[in-house]
Every structure is written in C-alpha cells, then in structure tokens.
Design a binder for this molecule. Sequence first.
Ligand code: 4NP
Length: 156
Amino acid sequence: MESKIRVLFVCLGNICRSPLAKALFLNAVELNKLSYKFEVESAGTSDFHRGEAPDARTLRNAQKHGIEIKNTARQFKRQDFARFDHIVVMDAQNYADVAALASNATDKQKISMLRDHDPAMKGADVPDPWFGGEEGFEEAYQIIRRSTLGLFDALR
Ligand code: 4NP
C-alpha cells in the first residue's frame, strides 16, 4: 500500500488559523472517504499558546459553519521536516520562521503558502484574525475554506 500523505498546517499561535485549516482539510478528506490516505496536523511557530484549545472565536465561527475543530496547540519543531511531506504556512512571516529551521533544500521545498491554492488570490497572506473582530474570523474562514479545498484537490 502506498504511504500516507502527511500535511502540517502552520500559523503563529496555533489557536486560530492553522487549527481551522486542519479541520477543514480533514473535513474534505472524510467527505471523500480518503482518511486512509492522509495524516494531518497543525502547529505554531511560537509557543505562546502551547497546550491550549483553539481560540473561542475561531471555535464559534467554525461551529456556525458546522465544522468541529479538535486541536491542542504545539510549537513547530525542526523534526517536523522529517515527519511531514507538506508544511503549509498561513503568511510570509510563518514562511520565514519555518524556513529558518530548515536544514537543507529538501526541507525548504516542503514549505508552501496556503494561499498558493486560493483560486481568488494566489500566494497572499491569510490575515491574522487574532487582534480584530468577528468579521476577521469570518474572512479567515472563507479564505481558509477555499484554499484548503484547492490544496486537497491538488494532493488527492
Ligand atoms: P494564529 O493567531 O497564528 O492564527 O493562531 C494568533 C494567535 C495568537 C497570537 C497571534 C496570532 N498571539 O500573539 O498570542
């Protein structure tokens, strides 16, 4: 049997954007009955929220869309390059922080921006909703939903 495709979503705190990306990607995987084929996790470049559940505002917004998020925040570590095939970051700062931990070109090639798969605006940042209001969480949801679906179609 072919080996699994391992995907790690990364943001700064691992409580808003990347746990949602994980949940939406897994939702697409499960709807397509492809759970045997994928392993999906998330992490943060910082350890600010290590051990925490996702932000209450992210959970509430996702629930409104019928999406349940299960995640315990953890920090991205160098060893993740060996464990994952695709390290998918939310913004240019995440990209720089993850790339700084890469040991070689093989590691670096695993890193991509989630919005490379956004049909609406390729390669842009997923804005960080942390400091804003509810509408920022809805905007992040819409961007992350269409981008994770694009990524899923590319990898499936
Ligand atoms: P995330 O959002 O990177 O999407 O999880 C943030 C969460 C927390 C902080 C920043 C961004 N913070 O500064 O604590």
